[in-house]
Design a protein. Structure first.
Length: 272
């Protein structure tokens, strides 16, 4: 199967000269985790990079950029310029291999050097509804080595853990119980709000006082370790969630399962 059969043809892109606030508004509006970046040349949009919520969280929480206001953070400053693309006629499994190997969430799809679509990990999820996946359970593919922090930890610590661990979300605990979940988008949104409302001279000191638990999502949806892969796929497609904490029969969190885990499973089954 070719990647053109599952890619999204309606691509939302952003001009490199817009600022991060504009970018986040687009992400919230269209529920996107990343957006291709373009530059206008002779009235034609040219693909020049890609920007993700993780990139924004990383830059906004960095001491390197000191007291810079969000309105002065331009997309061109934050975007990834070393762009990886695929051709519209590339094989689906070859593209899955790139996403896994490079640990990235999306790839612009080109035809004759022009962007005609974008493929994300979520575009592969439909494949998991096939009968071949019925006998595989969530516990067979979940990650049991859970990366978590305390809800009382600082937000800059949450950012560092996400960057160092190359994950998109963290579980937050209170008294050894699951209290919530925080994503790169939550962190990016928090840093934008902080920089907008905090005087320049106080930014360096007060950013250290932001607490992760104040920005987490509570009432986290979980999934049973015994749920089938098609059931997991249905849940992800219905909610748009990229990952779920996994619970045992006593509702204790024993792992986490993400779109990356599903993509690895698809690759393994399709290359056997």
């Amino acid at each position: 199967m070719k990647i053109k059969n599952i890619m999204s043809e309606s691509v939302v892109s952003i001009d490199k000269n817009l600022n991060i606030c504009d970018c986040l508004r687009m992400m919230y509006k269209d529920n996107l985790s990343r957006i291709p970046v373009t530059s206008t040349n002779e009235n034609k949009k040219v693909l020049v990079g890609i920007i993700s919520e993780k990139d924004i969280a990383n830059k906004l929480g960095s001491a390197k950029y000191g007291n810079l206001a969000p309105s002065r953070f331009y997309v061109s400053t934050v975007m990834v310029k070393d762009l990886i693309t695929v051709d519209v006629d590339n094989d689906l499994i070859d593209v899955a291999s790139i996403l896994i190997e490079k640990n990235i969430g999306a790839l612009p799809v080109l035809s004759a050097s022009e962007m005609v679509g974008i493929v994300t990990k979520s575009d592969f999820i439909y494949l998991c509804k096939a009968k071949a996946y019925d006998k595989i359970s969530v516990k067979d593919i979940m990650t049991s080595d859970i990366i978590s922090i305390s809800a009382d930890d600082r937000l800059i610590h949450a950012r560092k853990v996400i960057m160092d661990s190359e994950v998109g979300r963290l579980l937050l605990t209170e008294d050894n119980e699951l209290a919530g979940i925080i994503t790169s988008k939550d962190i990016a949104k928090a840093f934008v709000s902080f920089r907008k409302h905090t005087p320049d001279k106080y930014m360096a000191s007060q950013i250290k006082e932001l607490i992760a638990g104040d920005y987490m999502s509570t009432n986290v949806e979980t999934i049973s370790q015994d749920a089938s892969i098609p059931e997991l796929a249905d849940a992800m497609l219905e909610t748009g969630y990229n990952g779920y904490p996994v619970v045992d029969g006593e509702d204790q969190v024993i792992g986490i399962v993400t779109q990356s885990d599903l993509l690895k499973l698809i690759y393994e089954l399709e290359t056997q």
